[in-house]
Design a protein around this ligand. Structure first.
Ligand code: ZN
Ligand code: ZN
Length: 143
């Protein structure tokens, strides 16, 4: 790992959190991760999970996604990449298109801020919700 992960102590709890987060591509919330790690760490509390996730995000070990005032989600993939969020169920996935470095450069030119990067979150409807909607329309047609 070439992240500054070594800056924080990789406790067993954090190790397990990282392992569980790395297993999924669903960008889970702290609550969802809590449910996942509880199987391996039955005594862990939700507060501890929160604290560890924040620490790990601050140190760059994991990504914290908190766009649009929605519930925070976490991601073990720390390389810059884009996301899509389902506007119906809130599910989040990666969108594997090339990261537009020129946006960051342009913003750096126009802004007095030191620009570090940018986040893109697409809004859409996930395959499951699309299917549900199609089913609803069909139902309405036959009614
Ligand atoms: Zn959905
Ligand atoms: Zn992601």
């Amino acid at each position: 790992m070439n992240t500054p992960a070594s800056m924080i102590r990789l406790t067993t709890q954090r190790q397990i959190l990282l392992e569980e987060l790395s297993k999924v591509t669903s960008h889970p919330t702290a609550c969802e991760l809590y449910e996942m790690v509880r199987k391996r760490l039955p005594r862990i509390g939700l507060g501890t999970v929160y604290r560890n996730l924040e620490l790990m995000a601050d140190s760059g070990m994991i990504l914290k996604l908190e766009l649009g005032g929605a519930q925070k989600r976490f991601d073990a993939t720390t390389d810059p990449h884009y996301h899509v969020r389902c506007s119906i169920c809130g599910k989040m996935d990666d969108v594997m298109i090339q990261v537009q470095e020129n946006i960051t450069k342009n913003a750096a030119k126009k802004s007095s801020y030191r620009i570090l990067g940018h986040n893109v979150e697409f809004t859409g409807e996930c395959p499951t919700c699309q299917k549900k909607q199609t089913a609803k329309i069909k139902e309405a047609d036959t009614a």
